[in-house]
Design a protein around this ligand. Sequence first.
Ligand SMILES: [Zn+2]
Ligand SMILES: [Zn+2]
Length: 194
Amino acid sequence: MPDVIETATTARAKCRACEKTIGKGELRYGEAYENPYGEGEALRWYHLECAALRLPDRAPAVLEASAPEADRARLLALAAEGNEHPRLARVGGVERASSGRSHCRGCRELIEKGAVRVTLQMREEGRFNPAGFVHAKCLATYAECPTEAAEKRVSYYTAELDDATREELLTAIRTSNPGTPGSSEEKSGEEAAS
Ligand SMILES: [Zn+2]
Ligand SMILES: [Zn+2]
């Protein structure tokens, strides 16, 4: 069964990426997967935007075929950016650090309590699992992408921030150093363990 885009007939499904409800009547992206508890396949639901942001490897084909024309180019561009800079697809949100105990996955320094940080998630077996944090200013170098791409990516996660926090976040990224492709080598053992 291929992935699908369809109109939500109820408001009961939650998006597997952002965990917010998908409204009745909204378009939703269904990711087909082998149902571990029974026969056949089942679907995991996502907002179209969340599918483009978080499933860049598989969403483009279905977005190309079935996303509404008005949104198609924007969604495909988001997915393309995630394929070009795969670590951008790990971005799961932005927040102020609630403690001073987390280390930045970019520069490895401690993230001060109250600092604006980006939360990362790794996708494993269809789930988005917590994978640490980076300073806002370290996102572009961590993701090996231009600052514009980092800024654009986090702008999808700022809806619940107050104006001051949003500005602090975007300024930190805008004035940071861009990343260089291939600069931070993926140490797979370490990434998996920490
Ligand atoms: Zn979502
Ligand atoms: Zn850092």
